[in-house]
Design a protein around this ligand. Structure first.
Ligand code: EPZ
Length: 421
């Protein structure tokens, strides 16, 4: 559990870590080579520890240093057969399907789990693999992909999907001939993964645009690479600073990646100053109600929907939040209502009546970003808030206690007494 005594504006500096949703596919990509990759700026978070353990479990040699440098060599891996408990814990284990197909023409993993934010089909991943010539079978809770040969193809994504776009890239970099991905996801972590693969010797053009073109190559080498900063972690701290009427310098970011968040904060009356690798968020505490729609990049990211909804409970007026990506990403709102928030949810729309009245309560983190939202709610409420199941937060936010304390937050981690009955 976290115990937070809030009501104080966050003041100070926070250093952003490497991006979880880029580091995870990049780590899986190392399966495509027999040589050593050195990956810097890897965030020390549980999802990364789990994926590194999965890589070791299938035979890779890996070492993650305390300062976030991962040295990994998958040369000794003979097959990609990752059906053990670890892979159930992490949605990103599905990247082993694309990488395993690319390297061995065969891969088997558990059917992917992940945050409970709605049904999370993988039909587009399967469509991509089958277009390249793979047979995919789902049975006994596992997914098995196998191909005699992988031949490049022209693939049209029916849905903009980060996971499917990355998985098709992974499966096609060592395929024969050219693969074209239409309607791909364009998030910065797609570009980061493509840049990493190109550093290994792949031939990928157009990542981050509407069409990605991949020319298959014979094999991939080792490389040295630095993961981009985590724009979702950065956005979370920016929103926390604004929500508490604070003054926060968010360092080690790429301002371009923060544009959707900067635009919305400015619309809400928050002052945002941009520097080369930092932004400064200053709020007088007076926030204007705004409307937010989550969309694929460069739209407002779904992963920040929960944090900004909490901020908008402090705005003057009524805000409307439309969650266009996941139909189940409003579960945390019941926890905010326990704290006095006035929010009504109808399918994909939440209407927030800004009343500024969040009071401490015992609440529960439902998923990673819902956990971040609960923390922001606790930082706003002027008395004590207890947040259970904060393991969700540890999956994606490195050193969250230290970083928040450095901003003046009164937060501590206690072990949850075993719930009776
Ligand atoms: C990635 O999930 C992230 N997870 C999520 O981050 C993030 O919320 C999401 O992208 C959107 O930004 C990882 O990177 C491990 P999608 P992913 O495929 O790849 C539908 C976090 O908080 N879809 O882009 O699963 C899907 O239902 C986590 O860090 C299909 O219909 O997201 C959703 O509505 C949570 N068929 C939409 O596309 C498919 O085959 C976007 O999903 C795949 C997806």
């Amino acid at each position: 559990m976290f115990v937070i005594r809030g009501g104080k504006p966050l003041q100070g500096e926070v250093q952003i870590s490497g991006f979880k949703n880029a580091a995870l596919p990049i780590i899986a990509s190392t399966l495509l080579s027999k040589e050593t990759c050195i990956i810097e700026n890897v965030p020390l978070i549980n999802d990364v520890f789990t994926l590194v353990d999965i890589m070791k479990e299938i035979g890779a040699d890996a070492n993650l240093s305390d300062d976030g440098v991962l040295t990994i060599n998958a040369g000794a891996v003979e097959e990609c057969n990752a059906i053990f408990d670890l892979t159930k814990r992490l949605r990103a284990s599905y990247y082993l399907l694309g990488a395993g197909l690319g390297r061995f023409r065969k891969a088997v993993i558990n059917y992917p789990g992940g945050c409970n934010i709605g049904t999370r089909p993988i039909d587009q991943h399967i469509k991509g693999f089958e277009s390249l010539g793979a047979n995919v079978t789902i049975s006994h809770g596992t997914i098995a992909c196998e191909a005699e040969a992988l031949i490049g193809d022209h693939i049209y994504m029916d849905v903009v999907s980060i996971g499917a776009t990355i998985n098709v890239m992974l499966a096609s970099v060592l395929a024969e001939g050219k693969t074209i991905i239409e309607n791909p996801a364009k998030e910065p972590h797609i570009v980061d993964t493509a840049n990493f693969l190109n550093s290994m010797g792949a031939n990928i053009k157009g990542a981050g645009t509407d069409v990605i073109r991949i020319e298959g190559v014979k094999d991939l080498k080792g490389c040295i690479y630095t993961v981009i900063p985590d724009q979702i972690e950065a956005g979370t701290y920016m929103i926390a600073g604004a929500a508490t009427g604070g003054d926060v310098l968010v360092k080690n970011i790429i301002p371009k990646h923060m544009e959707p968040v900067i635009a919305k904060l400015r619309e809400a009356g928050v002052q945002v100053e941009e520097f080369d690798e930092a932004v400064r968020v200053t709020s007088t505490g007076k926030l204007k109600a705004i409307d937010v729609k989550t969309l694929p990049y460069p739209g407002f990211p779904t992963d920040l929907q929960q944090p900004i909804t909490v901020m908008l409970t402090q705005a003057e007026g009524t805000s409307m939040i439309t969650e266009n990506i996941y139909e189940g990403r409003f579960k945390y709102i019941d926890e905010l209502i326990k704290m006095g928030a006035e929010i009504k949810v109808d399918h994909r729309v939440a209407v927030v009546i800004g009343n500024g009245l969040l009071s401490g309560a015992k609440i529960e983190a439902m998923d990673l970003r819902a956990g971040a939202a609960c923390v922001i709610a606790g930082l706003i409420a002027s008395d004590e808030t207890l947040i259970e199941n904060i393991y969700h937060v540890d999956r994606g936010y490195e050193k969250v206690i230290e970083k928040l304390r450095a901003l003046g937050a009164d937060i501590e981690r206690i072990s949850a007494e075993p719930s009776r009955g």
